[in-house]
Design a protein around this ligand. Sequence first.
Ligand code: MIG
Length: 667
Amino acid sequence: MIKKYRFGTPIDTGAVLTEIEVFNITELSPFTFKKDSQGYEFNLQLKKLDVVYGLGEQVRGINKRGWIYKSYNEDDCIITESRTSLYGSHNFILVNAINNFGAFFDFPGKVTFDIGYTDSRYMKITCCGDGYLYIITSDDNDLNTIVKNFREIIGQSYIPPKWAFGIGQSRWGYKSQEDITEVIEGYKQAGFPLDMVYMDIDYMQDYEDFTLNEERYPDFSNFVKKAKKEGVRLIPIVDAAIKVKDDYFVYREGLERSAYCTDEEGNPFVVGVWPGDSVLPDVLNEESGKWFAENYKFYLDYGIEGFWNDMNEPALFYSKKRLQANVAKLKRLKSELNIDEFEKMRHLIYALQNNVADYKDFYHNINGQKVRHDLVHNLYGYKLTKCSAEYLKKYQPEKRHLLFSRSSYIGMHRYGGIWTGDNASWWSHLLLAFQMLPSLNMCGFLYVGADVGGFGQNTTQDLLLRWMALAVFSPLYRNHATQGTRNQEPYRFKAEEKFLQLMKTRYMLLPFIYSEYVKCALNNDMLFKPLAFVYPDDVRARTVEDQLMMGDAIMLAPVYTQNAVGRYVYLPEDMLEVRFTYAGIKTKQRKNGNHFINIALDQVCVFLKKGKVLPIAKPAMHAEDVDFNNLTFIKNIDKETTYTLCMDDGETTEDLRNYLVDVKVMP
Ligand code: MIG
C-alpha cells in the first residue's frame, strides 16, 4: 500500500514510474508535518527498540539511528564516520516499529535526516525544497513486502551482462597499453581468473572525454580485440566535465547545441576539474543529455562494452568565479606573520575546493525552464547515467552493457550500478562496504561494490585477503587503488595460493551469485538482507550489524579485523557451516546460538539455511567459462527441493524470466 503526498510544486525526478493518487499533505501520517523558512519538516517519535534502515550509500551502520545524514551528493575522498553525505543520495528509510513502514522523500535538493541525533527519541527529516513523499506499508507488516512494494513503483533494477560478475582489476596509474598488458600478464602468470581491466583518466588526450592518447594507445582497436581474446574486457572511465578548448570537437559541438550548464547570464558555466577550464553537459536537459551520450559511440566502435561514469556529483575542484574573487581577496591580505591573517588566507584557499555555494551559481534548462542547480543537485549523476544507458541500448540493442556510476539518486538503479567511491585501505571500510549492501538494495541498487582492497592509503596483504573473501559475494567486484599507494594487484603479494583460492571461490559460486542477482532484480527483492528481515521475531537478530543474509539461502559473516583467527557468529537457527578450502568444500552442522568460528585468511565460510541448497560450479578463468550445466549442490535438506538457475547467454536483452530453469535436488 502506497500513499503519495505532495509538498509545494515539485519537479518530476523520474524516480517513481507508477502513477499514484496524490493526497493532501495535511492528511500525512505517521509523520507530523510543518513548513517554515528552512523548508519542510517531518517529525516522528521513535520507540526505544525501533530500528531505522535505509539511506543507501551512507556512513555508519545498518541501523541508521543516532546520527544526522544529509542527502547532497559530495565528492570528498576522506570518508570518515563524521561525514554526513557521500557520493549518492538515496532518500528511502524503512522503519521497523510495531507498524513497519517505508518513506521515500522524492526531492533532489538537500534533505537532512536527523535520526535521533538532536534528540534520541525523535527523527526529524527536512527537505529544503518542494517534493513528494511516499509512505509505503504492507498488509502483512513484513519488511520484505514493504521493500518490494517500494521497488515495484521505482521499476526493475539494472541487470549487467554475466561477464560483469567476474573479477576486475583497476588502478589510477595504468597509463598505457603496456601497463594494461602487464596486468593481464600478471594475472595470467599467477593463474588468477580475470574478466575486466579498467582504464582510468590517463587514457585520454589531455583529459578530454571521448579521446584516446594515441602515443600510449597506438593500436587501440586491435588491443581491445586481443584483450577480449584473452577473456578480458577493457572498461574506460568517462568523466562528466568537458574541456574548454576551441579545437576540441566535443566542446565545440556542445557549444553549438547550447548543451552546457549556464551561469546567471546564460553563458556556459566554467569549472576547474581535471582538464582545467571545463564545462558541464546539461544532462538534466533531454536533448543535451542525448547529445552527450551519443559520444559513447567513440568507444563502442572500438569494441568497448562497459563504462564507469565518474565525477558526476558533479565534482568541481573549484569554479572560475570563486577563484577570481578569492585571489583578489588574497591579494588584499597583509603578508605578515600574523595568525589571524594566516587563518583568513587558509580559509580563502580551502573554501575554493568543492564549495557547495558553487552549486548555486549555475543553471539547467529543464523543458525550457531555468532551474538553479542546487535545487536539483542530486539528479546529475543519475541523469548522466540514464542518458548513457539509453544510448548504449539504442546503439547496440542486441546486448547488455556494463555501466556504473559514482553519483546516484533512486531511479538510476534502472540504468546502472554504483561503486561507492574513494574508500581507503582501512579495516573499518571493509565493514562499511558490507553494511552498505542491504541499504543500497532497499533503494533498488543491486549491482554495487566498493573498491576491493581500498582505494586510498596502503593496503596490507591480510586486509586484501579478507576483503577478497567478502568480495566473493559482491556483485561488482573490482580491485582499485589510487596513484601513489602500494601496488594492490593480488599477484604483487607473496601469498599467491591464498589469493587464488579466494578468487576460485568467486567463480565456483558464480551460478549462485548470478542466478540470485537476476531473481532479485526480476522480483524486486533484496540480495542482501539484515538478519531481522528473515528472523523478524528474533530480538537478538535485530541488533546484528556484521552479518547478512544473501539470497534466500546463506548467511554471511566476514572477518573484518586485523590479526583475527576468526570471529563470533550468531546463528539464529541451526545451520550448515560451509567452508571453502584448498582440500575442497567442508561442511559441519551448527546449532543455533553464538559460536566462535575459526576462519583462515584463505577461507570463505558461510552458513546454509535449513531447507536450502547451494549450487557450486567448477572454477574457471572467466565468468563466461563457468559451466552452469555441471554443478554440484551443497545441501541442508531432508526432502527433495528445487533450485532456480538463470541460464541465459549472459548478454541477451530478452526477458530473463524465460531463462529461469528449475533444477531438482535430492537430499
Ligand atoms: O579526482 O579518475 O573515485 O575511482 O580513480 C579523482 C581518478 C578522480 C575519482 C574516482 C576514482 C578515480 C579517480 N577519480
